[in-house]
Design a protein around this ligand. Structure first.
Ligand SMILES: Nc1ncnc2c1ncn2[C@@H]1O[C@H](COP(=O)(O)OP(=O)(O)OP(=O)(O)O)[C@@H](O)[C@H]1O
Ligand SMILES: [Mg+2]
Length: 405
């Protein structure tokens, strides 16, 4: 019993929580290693995928690989405020860069660009935030010119440290945007900057992760983005990877819980192989197992109760934020045979005529889809077709419709 108490539930449903065992993703890691091996950076990386598929934890997993290959790693979540203006994106980049450069000491006279901040020539200078800002402010021109100048100062210092280059990794990068009405183009500045310095041979690599709206946004800002990024669409886990995600954590010494074959099959079926749902169902099943064992009952996965909890904890909030008309449209979409893959306005139109007394018109459907995209429930792929941005959402809607709630 003591050993049991000492072994706490290893499963971690949550945003960006490292799972007890990271299943699969070998292909994605290999692809990243290939990008790290570039001597001249031509390919940057985009990791995209549905909600909860594991983008954040994969990004975290890539960091040690980059460090061990001799790269520096900077970056954080790309908040909306960081991308309000060109000055803000510059601030973001300089702040992130200063975290790794502040330990770099350079002799001023060796680097004329640092000299113009006006210190004694013989003094060593650390590349702190203030020094970076000093270089940035002292450079004439547009934001992109100032950042280019700064990167040109930093790059040789990074090389002198014996480092290969710098990875700039930004999660939630779907928040990046240009704002034409305010004449602020932070996203374009970012793309122009990296494209330009990479052409000069500076080994600074961009890694973005975010929802599927991310890549179309990059291309909309700069058409050359299409050639600048290697895009990986993170998929759900396969059946064998799901099995590993479930079994490995409970195979640890001292773990009081085991999942038999039928439990694993059930968890695979109901999670659809989606990592967040795997962690959620496993965490609940683990606790239920211990409870059942304590009550002297044979262990079973109480799947109905777990799905109900998942509906409340994960889906209900997203659903209740939709308006009545949005919910009605989502119910029509959830009734399509191809609801789990791509669907078109035409298909929604036809289904709506079949299902509803007052069917939707084409322009109303388009309008509602646009609002559902902003709400993060639906996304539009590059072929102009639509998909759910939240995995298994259609099943949830079906359940809700059937229960009449
Ligand atoms: N390869 C994996 N194996 C097992 N569990 C995983 C794996 N990838 C992610 N998870 C788990 O799935 C959950 C979601 O992961 P994460 O937060 O990285 O997803 P995300 O794609 O960033 O989601 P969001 O779109 O909400 O930002 C976490 O609980 C994490 O532990
Ligand atoms: Mg995430």
């Amino acid at each position: 019993m003591n050993a049991q108490a000492a072994f706490s539930n290893p499963f971690r449903p949550g945003a960006g929580h490292r799972p007890p065992y990271l299943a699969g993703r070998q292909h994605e890691k290999q692809e990243f290693s290939r990008l790290l091996a570039q001597t001249v950076v031509t390919d940057n990386f985009v990791i995209t995928g549905l909600r909860g598929v594991g983008k954040t934890v994969l990004l975290e997993e890539l960091k040690p690989a980059a460090l061990s290959e001799g790269w520096l790693w900077v970056g954080t979540d790309m908040s909306e405020s960081a991308t309000i203006s060109e000055a803000n994106i510059a601030q973001r980049l300089i702040t992130d860069l200063s975290v790794v450069t502040s330990s770099i000491k350079v002799a001023e006279e060796k680097n004329s660009a640092i000299g113009f901040i006006g210190r004694d020539q013989s003094v060593d200078v650390n590349l702190t935030y203030d020094v970076l800002i000093g270089i940035y402010n002292a450079t004439p021109g547009l934001v992109v010119d100032k950042l280019k100048a700064l990167f040109n100062v930093i790059a040789p210092c990074v090389a002198a440290m014996g480092r290969k280059g710098v990875v700039f990794a930004y999660d939630e990068a779907q928040n990046l945007a240009d704002h034409a009405q305010k004449e602020q183009y932070p996203l374009s500045v970012l793309l122009d900057l990296f494209q330009s310095v990479q052409r000069q041979g500076i080994p600074f690599l961009l890694v973005f992760s975010g929802l599927p709206t991310l890549f179309p946004k990059l291309i909309e800002a700069r058409t050359y983005a299409e050639r600048m990024f290697r895009v990986i669409f993170l998929e759900k886990l396969s059946e064998s990877e799901t099995r590993e995600a479930i079994e490995k954590p409970v195979q640890e010494t001292g773990c009081p819980v085991t999942f038999n074959k039928s439990a694993v099959a059930m968890i695979y079926k109901y999670s659809g192989g989606y990592p967040y749902f795997i962690q959620f169902i496993c965490r609940e099943s683990y606790d239920a197992y211990l409870q059942q064992a304590a009550d002297g009952k044979p262990p079973v996965v109480p799947i109905t109760g777990i799905i109900r909890k998942l509906d409340t904890d994960f889906f209900a909030g997203r659903w209740s934020r939709a308006t009545d008309r949005q919910q009605e449209l989502l119910s029509v979409i959830a009734s399509l045979p191809n609801r789990d893959s791509e669907f078109t306005v035409q298909e929604i139109l036809a289904k709506s005529e079949e299902m509803l007394k007052k069917p939707f018109g084409r322009s109303h459907i388009n309008q509602l889809l646009t609002s559902l995209i902003s709400a993060g429930l639906i996304y539009r792929d590059r072929h102009g077709k639509y998909l759910f941005a939240v995995p298994l959402m259609a099943d949830f809607i079906k359940r809700t419709m059937e229960s009449g709630t």
